[in-house]
Design a protein around this ligand. Structure first.
Ligand code: NAD
Length: 264
């Protein structure tokens, strides 16, 4: 039985993770970290009675007071690096779903995990469907080399573009044949209307109330397009991947980036 602390426990994902751990026979919640609802019982907050874990706003304090085997982080790009430093420096293993982690951050995290001999799994997307979408996109890139990504999320998502779209672009860019430079001088009548670029791949971000998490990867070639589309309608879809990460966190060495490393 793993003792788990959830960072961002009161958020959309955090609450789903707390529910998942409550129903798991492999893990139990020993701490809840969040800046909201401090002092309240996280289980009561999600409608589960008869069990108490109080929400705290000090991760060091939780680590010092509780038994902790793994810390799961679904907070915000602004605080995730601080949480990672605290966790790894305390020799505790970590699973991170929070997005917005840069390539420079990843290098620092790798080093931190090596120095402290602790493990960390970071996955911008824990949904199996999204992992498959990225893998299919990577394969198609070899044969159809014109491509744009449209990612669409709920209006409370802080970072743009999504971590998943960045990861998809990276994978496509590695597998794509060299693209012919367009001879057309495109004119943008509105700033950024043609989207942003990651490794030469164009990404468009939509933020809209009512959406959850959606992505289309549209490939084009002479006279045809191929669209790979993935939609998440419920955050429970992330829990299968999170379970895979929990099962593997003790058996890896250092940093693993991306859930695909655990899926054949
Ligand atoms: P959310 O805003 O609903 O929840 C974030 C929680 O973190 C909030 O409760 C907030 O109070 C807390 N928090 C933020 N800053 C804090 C701080 N400084 N100290 C303490 N608590 C703090 O967001 P969400 O929809 O749950 O998403 C959280 C993160 O997870 C985002 O980065 C999002 O992109 C990412 N995400 C990843 C996946 C995945 O599969 N990897 C899936 C969905 C969302």
């Amino acid at each position: 039985m793993k003792n788990v602390v959830v960072n961002g426990a009161c958020g959309n994902m955090g609450k789903e993770v707390v529910k998942y751990i409550f129903n798991s026979n492999k893990a139990r919640l020993t701490g809840a970290f969040d800046r909201n609802y401090v002092g309240e019982n996280i289980f009561e907050l999600i409608g589960i009675k008869g069990i108490e874990v109080l929400i705290k706003n000090d991760l060091e304090e939780i680590i010092n007071e509780k038994d902790v085997d793994v810390i799961i982080d679904f907070t915000s790009p602004t605080v995730v690096m601080d949480n990672i430093k605290i966790t790894l420096n305390n020799n505790i293993n970590m699973i991170v779903g929070t997005t917005g982690i840069t390539d420079v951050d990843l290098k620092k995290i790798k080093r931190l995990s090596e120095i402290n001999d602790s493990n960390i799994i970071i996955a911008p997307n824990f949904s199996i469907g999204a992992v498959l979408m990225m893998e299919f996109s990577r394969k198609v890139a070899k044969y159809m080399d014109d491509v744009e990504i449209i990612e669409m999320h709920h209006d409370n998502k802080v970072d743009s573009p999504s971590g998943t779209s960045l990861m998809t672009a990276e994978k496509i860019a590695k597998n794509i044949n060299k693209r012919k430079e367009s001879e057309i001088n495109y004119i943008e009548q509105l700033d950024s209307v043609r989207g942003g670029q990651k490794d030469g791949i164009t990404i468009h971000s939509v933020r809209l109330r009512g959406l959850v998490a959606h992505q289309q990867v549209i490939f084009g070639s002479e006279g045809q397009t191929l669209t790979i589309k993935h939609d998440i309608y419920d955050r429970s879809s992330f829990m299968v991947g999170l379970g895979i990460a929990l099962d593997n966190i003790d058996n890896i060495e250092g940093l693993v980036y991306g859930l695909e490393h655990f899926i054949n």
